[in-house]
Design a protein around this ligand. Sequence first.
Ligand code: SAH
Length: 493
Amino acid sequence: MWQMDEAILRIPNPYLRIPMSKYKPTVFEKVEITAAAAEGKSLARVDNRVIFVSNAVPGDVADIRITGKKKKFFEGTAIHFHTLSDKRTKPECKHFGLCGGCKWQHLDYQWQLHYKQQQVIDAFTRIGKIKFPEVMPILGSKEIYNYRNRLDFSFSDKKWLTIEEIQSGKDFDRKALGFHIPGTFDKVLDLEECRLQGELSERIRKFVREFTSDEDYPYFNIRDHHGMMRTLVIRTSSIGETMVIVQCFEERKEAREKLLNAIAEKFPEITSLMYVINPKGNDTFNDLEIHCFKGRDHIVESMDASTGAQRDALRFKVGPKSFYQTNSAQAFELYKVARDFAGLTGTENVYDLYTGTGTIALFVARQAKKVVGVEWIEAAIADAKENAKLNNIHNTEFFAADMKDIFDDDFISKHGRPDVIITDPPRVGMHEDVVRKLVSSGAKKIVYVSCNPASQARDLAILDSAYEVTKVQPVDMFPQTHHVENVVLLTKR
Ligand code: SAH
């Protein structure tokens, strides 16, 4: 049994900082947490009422302070523990509990996988209400830390202060470089460590934080829009390339060049050092010019797409605006599942809907007659076409448009009836018109890749009239979070 150890509990501050209401808060005592719920919360029941609890894991027995009352359920947070679950483990990062990044660090990885698997089963049973075969055991990630190839850090002149710092009455440096505190608009956690991207990323962030700590580099003030330093993006690839993008709000040429030169000198490993001046209201730089300060304007990611003896890794050019799955190793596992489910023999006409930069399309292209990829971001489609060329793949075609507008009978007659459709929509799932088009598409197989089993289950309920769910394979792309990716094979009835 665990010791009642502060390091294990790490009660998140944000909740405890909610100003005490005039009324005495409702606290339920000695409640057993019975299951995992959506969004990383857990579930408990008191007098037949469901409570979604933060800061606890299944198996804990805790006092729960109610933070919200809805008609059908309550929301609450565990404030005192009587028994700690044996499913707990010690969180590795000192910021656990405050940082919103890894909400499940206190849950043993095998249990994280268990609850992700359960999330899929629950969604299919409760939302989809469809028949489905036994869900295959979730594919866990070999790396459960340092698995991300991209992190976006924010600079802020509103560092999140701990209660101790506030109570001490001292004047604190309010600069911070890190992640936004969940539930706050302008507060940023000044990161001392992050376990998501590896050692080089850590050194780069710390160096930049240190170098910009004086008054020559004011950090961004998101309320009043002033300051220079805005975001720091670090992207890495599995073949050792690194891109760093410094985003400034105000251009201060001399200071900026001094910083970029210092980064370049300190980290010769950086293959692509870039900057962007963004005077807009939001952090998105996809509509702005990104300048290459040193090195190339992209990094290269590599993925082995071969199925036989012949080894020919696919190479992907990843620019500052390009999307690439953030866990490269697990993306590979995910794509292999999708390709297996598609069961291609070389003669099929394949559609890859929501293709992004064409990664799945290119991954399966050598086993298909033709692949047609569709995606609404023009820049992503440009990347997809370029990546096809780069890999000498000539049997793909890519189109940029909103799926619900382009995917119609005309499109199908123009590009040929699909034998297999692979679809990988965003979290919201597919537009109902698109799902209905899939129903009448005539494809023998549909491979549905999803990052949200709830919206996937909703779409499957509509597909059920024409397609039967024959395989379900969850994949863990994001250890330490509640997120789960899920691949479903549908076969025509
Ligand atoms: N399959 C890709 C990306 C999947 S992410 C990969 O594995 O890398 C989902 C993609 O759907 C995103 O690229 C997003 O831009 C795109 N998308 C979202 N809504 C869309 C819509 N209405 N029409 C077309 N594409 C859309």
